[in-house]
Design a protein around this ligand. Sequence first.
Ligand code: CA
Ligand code: CA
Length: 136
Amino acid sequence: MQETTLVRAIQQAEKLTSGEIRIHLENRCKKSVTDRATEVFYNLKMDNTKTANGVLIYLAVKDRQFAIIGDSGINEKAGPDFWDATKQRLEHHFKNGHFIEGLKAGVYEAGKLLSTHYPYSIDDLDELSNQISTQE
Ligand code: CA
Ligand code: CA
């Protein structure tokens, strides 16, 4: 199943970094995609990590709108264009309707980027669930 593929991608990416990556999928985004993704970020309590290194990849599938929301710790360490490469990768796949491929690539890219500021350590905790969050 595709969801399993994505969960596995998150598990793999989180072996590169102590950062926490989550995916949220829904069909429609009824407000600004950044506002909605930020709302989901807090609904999922993604600000609840020790070093504020959670990242949400939000996708409204039918509207083909997405956003990447990183927590304050990341924003302090990284510049505003930190996620640009990841966004381009996602855009490239989503444009062709390849959502799973895009999400997988995005998760991997996000993990790699996060590892530059938040390397993996052996005593790392899985602070946020790797399950995909979905809403109608
Ligand atoms: Ca972790
Ligand atoms: Ca996790």
